[in-house]
Design a protein around this ligand. Structure first.
Ligand SMILES: [Zn+2]
Length: 232
């Protein structure tokens, strides 16, 4: 399935502009609950870091703006990604609820966990609260900032967090969500040279036991399919 026509909910909402002396334009922290785009920097310099974050550390490589997966093309023209991280793994989650989207999950993370906002980098909808198979881009991806999803420092710093809405301990994994997950994961794996065996369920990295992303998450199928995609 081609993801291109799917809406990227919220990502096209432009942030309120605040000139912070960095030459960057950012929305206010209060709105950091969801996927969003920001408007740009005429004056950013590699290694300068971002407002609200510590300066870039050596492990974070300053490079030219990052591309987005082709399926997220609508966001491209509105986003500047000033640097990338050395992503090393892809961590798959489920939301464990029956409905949701990046905005709702982000609000929950902010209000109940005290995080800045959405802990994941991407959210894939299950048709209940967001389009089935639709991919939402979180601000952490646009910022190339660490996640708040894994439960370990390493995987929060260098693991890309993808949450599929739904509870896959109970429900079957929707094929439409799988197709989107495969396309996104394959793109990320190719772009960041992440081997398929570094596609991990949350349960494999979190120190405390968790069922996330559920027994019906098709890990081995995803690894095989990504491996196949990488050979193309
Ligand atoms: Zn999880």
């Amino acid at each position: 399935m081609n993801l291109r026509p799917k809406p990227v909910r919220g990502a096209l909402l432009l942030a309120a502009v605040a000139c912070l002396g960095w030459g960057l334009s950012l929305e206010s922290p209060a709105s950091r609950t969801a996927a969003r785009a920001w408007v740009f920097t005429p004056a950013w310099e590699p290694g300068a870091g971002l407002p609200g974050e510590p300066p870039a550390v050596p492990r974070v490589t300053p490079v030219a703006p990052e591309p987005l997966p082709p399926c997220l093309e609508p966001v491209r023209t509105q986003v500047i990604r000033p640097r990338t991280r050395e992503w090393k793994s892809i961590i798959v989650h489920h939301s464990a609820g029956i409905r949701g989207n990046a905005e709702e999950i982000g609000r929950l993370h902010r209000e109940e966990r005290g995080w800045d906002g959405l802990g994941y980098h991407f959210v894939i909808g299950n048709g209940n609260g967001a389009p089935l198979g639709g991919v939402e881009v979180g601000y952490r991806w646009l910022d190339q900032s660490h996640g708040a999803h894994a439960g370990t420092e390493e995987h929060n710093q260098f693991g890309i967090g993808i949450c599929v809405v739904g509870n896959y301990e109970e429900a079957e994994f929707p094929e439409e969500a799988y197709v989107s997950l495969r396309e996104l994961t394959s793109w990320l794996a190719r772009r960041y040279a992440i081997s398929p065996d570094r596609i991990l369920p949350h349960s494999a990295v979190r120190p405390d036991p968790t069922a996330c992303p559920g027994r019906n998450f098709p890990l081995e199928r995803l690894r095989r399919d990504v491996e196949e995609d990488l050979r193309k």
